[in-house]
Design a protein around this ligand. Structure first.
Ligand code: GLN
Length: 196
């Protein structure tokens, strides 16, 4: 049992994308995973995960489901959040190469460029040294991943590929340009749950 996990209700935005592996990670760590598709399901969650997938589609579905505004309010009130890949894009202050009507919550002071590591066939894996995570490097899977082109002074970079931040936090909001839910290594979810 991870500190913060016992009894924690963690919402997983379940409109599109890689939802199930996040649910599995949370359950393995002793948290309660709550799939979120409607605004009322946000009530009572202690934290939220925005999964990978397609940020343009998620943006549209967040609007059509009525989730965008209430989730923006909760994030503005300091709800801990972990956004992975498309989820990182949705939490960013500024989205480059997005659709013009694409929304983001702007709670992490980063500019991200979509798909900037390359196309689907340029997806890659890397072993990362992560600040605050002991032991073996974290094996990270990048799938049409966003690149962080700017990180503001409040943003703490936790891991890089080359010079580029790929894992960062601003307060209790974490973002990764890779998919930590796909490897079975639960250390990053555990680290996030410590903030809950
Ligand atoms: N390229 C996708 C986007 O722009 C993100 C890819 C992912 O989440 N694996 O939303």
């Amino acid at each position: 049992m991870v500190r913060g996990a016992r009894g924690a209700k963690v919402g997983v935005i379940s409109l599109q994308g890689a939802v199930r592996p996040h649910v599995d990670a949370l359950v393995e760590l002793g948290a309660t995973a709550v799939p979120i598709r409607t605004p009322d399901q946000l009530d009572g969650v202690d934290a939220v995960i925005l999964p990978g997938g397609e940020s343009t589609t998620m943006s549209m579905l967040l609007e059509s489901s009525g989730l965008f505004e209430p989730l923006a309010d909760r994030l503005g009130d300091g709800l801990p959040a972990f956004g992975t890949c498309a989820g990182m894009i949705l939490l960013a202050r500024r989205v480059l190469d997005g659709r013009p009507d694409q929304l983001s919550f702007g709670v992490v002071d980063i500019d991200v460029r979509r798909n900037a590591f390359g196309r689907q066939r340029d997806s890659f894996e890397a072993d990362l040294e992560v600040a605050g995570v002991d032991g073996e490097p974290v094996h990270a899977v990048f799938i049409r991943a966003p690149v962080v082109e700017r990180a503001g002074p409040e943003v703490e970079v936790l891991a890089t590929v080359g010079e580029r931040p790929v894992l960062a936090r601003q307060g209790s909001v974490f973002v990764s340009s890779f998919h930590p839910e796909l490897t079975g290594d639960r250390r990053l979810h555990a680290r996030f749950l410590e903030e809950v």
